[in-house]
Design a protein. Structure first.
Length: 475
């Protein structure tokens, strides 16, 4: 077992790692100087040390020597320049044979679902686009902004949803990640508010990052239209949000927890909103927001327009639809369980001690240019990020325990290619649209297959190709 702690992620970094073997603890300290040199000190060790008592650290088990039986399973095969990640169906520690791995608290997932080559993919029947944006009779100002963003042809979910939303109907939009759901509800609602300033819109999102991303798209679509928004999310200073609310914006975009807090302080009156959007509602329910959502919906006026957007339609969503929507239109756009642009494979791990070494060697391959790594817990994310930084990688992390400005900084560095590795919990699995992610790596198996679908949906977006790799421990 290994524990690592790091103070400061830049130069002059001090860290220590503890290796526990056979019940005897050994401490190792290392120091990274301003020139990038790292040395380590191990008490009761025969390793050579520098003048200040430090020498190089060890992360987990010793690295395998190439050309020996310890060769990692993802090394290139003899007859191909492309890495072979190991597609044979392995035996799992949970039992003999080819059983499916079971996550700590989640469902049992068939390992074959993590392997999908281009030759195995069934081409989805393309949706026929009937309308152009010009056909929706949007305001001239909004059309001008669409032209500026070079939006001429709507996506299938936009093509089939916008006309119903403009007509004032309640709507359920079911579509995979990366299909343009945000534009599907923002465009008609911006047009609605522009033509009638008495309209107010409440948009709920499961995560802070998705709420901020929706707000960013809103600002681009509504440029110079004098329609304003505010974002109300946890982890950010509440006093700024309170000041923004006093300006009475037409759009409020937030997460359920912070919106509930503001409502209890009488700073948000839900009964004043005649339009509500719940984005990624299936994720909301997975995160335990069902009571908050019901409470908000119950306080809204009866005369309203309600829009639910989701990737799936579990039973709990059907219950909400039955109680809170009036004769809704259902639009379902499906392009298959996982995107056709993502090549999926597994990385066989022979032992947990070798796992980090295999990840390290994998990340040093030249084709892994921009990588999003998912791990299950916040603690695991921090430990993995610390180890990667210690090995010289440009990496940062996001998870629920980080303050909002820390999470936004990490995302900004990743988007702008200041770092090329982002380690995250499932807080980054939904809604985030980051360009040019070449690989998604599942360092731990997700709790459900639906979570897996959303994780790998961060790569291969639009017409671009991506790769998804899942670590699976074998005998």
């Amino acid at each position: 077992m290994q524990r690592n702690k790091t103070a400061n992620s830049g130069f002059g970094q001090k860290s220590y790692s503890r290796n526990f073997r056979s019940g005897n603890a050994k401490k190792s300290f290392y120091y990274q100087s301003s020139d990038g040199t790292r040395t380590v000190s191990r008490p009761n060790s025969s390793a050579k040390t520098s003048s200040n008592g430090y020498a190089k650290p060890s992360f987990g088990a010793p690295k395998p020597s190439f050309g020996t039986s310890a060769k990692p399973s993802f090394m290139p095969s003899r007859n191909s320049s492309r890495p072979s990640y190991g597609t044979r169906r392995p035996s799992f520690r949970s039992g003999g044979g080819s059983r499916s791995p079971r996550t700590r608290f989640g469902e049992s997932i068939d390992i074959s679902k993590f392997v999908c080559k281009p030759s195995n993919k069934v081409e989805a029947k393309p949706e026929i686009i009937v309308n152009s944006f010009a056909d929706f009779n949007l305001s001239k100002e909004l059309q001008k902004n669409l032209i500026h963003k070079k939006y001429t042809t709507p996506t299938p979910i936009q093509d089939q949803s916008i006309k119903h939303i403009i007509e004032g109907k309640d709507l359920i939009g079911l579509a995979n990640t990366g299909t343009g759901k945000t534009g599907a509800f923002l465009l008609p609602l911006i047009d609605k508010v522009f033509k009638n300033r008495s309209q107010k819109v409440l948009i709920l999102a499961p995560t802070r990052e998705l709420a901020l991303q929706i707000d960013d798209e809103f600002r681009q679509f509504s440029w110079s239209m004098k329609i304003f928004s505010t974002v109300c999310v946890g982890g950010a200073p509440i006093y700024k949000q309170i000041n923004n609310l006093k300006r009475e914006p037409n759009f409020i975009i937030g997460t359920p927890g912070r919106l509930k807090d503001l409502s209890e302080k009488n700073l948000i009156k839900f009964e004043s909103f005649n339009n509500i959007v719940i984005d990624e509602i299936d994720r909301m329910l997975d995160m335990g927001f069902i009571d908050e959502i019901k409470n908000i919906l119950a306080k809204l006026p009866k005369e309203r327009q309600s829009l639910f957007f989701s990737a799936t339609m579990p039973i709990k969503i059907r219950d909400l639809v039955h109680h809170f929507l009036i004769d809704p239109v259902t639009i379902e756009i499906k392009s298959g369980e996982t995107t056709a642009n993502v090549d999926q494979d597994i990385v066989r791990v022979r032992s947990s001690e070798m796992k980090f070494n295999q990840l390290e060697e994998l990340l040093r391959q030249s084709d892994l240019k921009k990588v999003l790594i998912f791990s299950e817990t916040k603690r695991e994310v921090e430990k993995l990020t610390s180890n990667l930084v210690g090995e010289g990688f440009k990496a940062d992390s996001i998870h629920g325990d980080k303050k909002q400005h820390q999470r936004q900084k990490a995302l900004s560095l990743f988007k702008n290619n200041a770092i090329n590795i982002l380690v995250a919990t499932d807080v980054a699995a939904r809604g985030l649209d980051i360009d040019d992610i070449s690989h998604v790596i599942n360092y731990t198996i997700p709790q459900t297959y639906n979570d897996y679908v959303h994780r790998i949906g961060r790569t291969g977006r639009g017409n671009k190709k991506g790769m998804a790799l899942t670590f699976v421990e074998t005998r």
